[in-house]
Ligand binder design. Structure first.
Ligand code: DQA
Length: 148
């Protein structure tokens, strides 16, 4: 049976392609969604792609993922640096989790250099642009394959 994964995107990532292109590049959110769908399809993964600007909606989808998905790839965006609620929800999910950032958060402002998620996730990717999403999908497929 195909493994099911979800890519969860936090606030302002819906404006990719428009916001701070020097940090996040020119690929739009819709284009990113298509790129991720294509790669997941190639690797035999079923993908759901989710975005919300609202912290509680992100917590809800992480909770629901326990029953629906085998792995989570998450770019929690600004909530990475602030949200104990998202950290706690992820901590309840017992399957692989990959934390993802388009930019290198450790080369940016001091407040971005702290992630509340890094020490509870399986692994992370940062600073590789939107290619990070492709790499995260590849890594997730391997993690799930090795679980079985
Ligand atoms: C981000 C980095 C965060 O600091 C920022 O708030 C974002 C995007 C990234 O993908 O590089 O919105 O998670």
């Amino acid at each position: 049976m195909n493994n099911k994964i979800i890519i969860i995107n936090g606030p302002n990532l819906n404006l990719l392609g428009e916001r701070e292109q020097s940090q996040y590049g020119s690929v739009t959110f819709e284009e990113l969604k298509e790129i991720c769908a294509k790669k997941s399809n190639e690797l035999g993964l079923k993908l759901e792609f989710f975005q919300s600007n609202i912290e509680g909606e992100l917590v809800n989808i992480i909770q629901e993922s326990r029953k629906k998905f085998d792995g989570i790839i998450i770019n929690a965006a600004a909530f990475t640096h602030t949200s104990v609620a998202i950290r706690d929800a992820l901590n309840i999910f017992k399957r692989p989790i990959i934390e993802l950032h388009i930019s290198n958060i450790y080369k940016r402002e001091e407040f971005r250099q702290k992630s509340l998620l890094s020490d509870i996730v399986t692994g992370g990717i940062f600073g590789l642009g939107i290619d990070g999403y492709i790499l995260a999908i590849i890594s997730m497929q391997k993690l799930l394959e090795n679980e079985n």
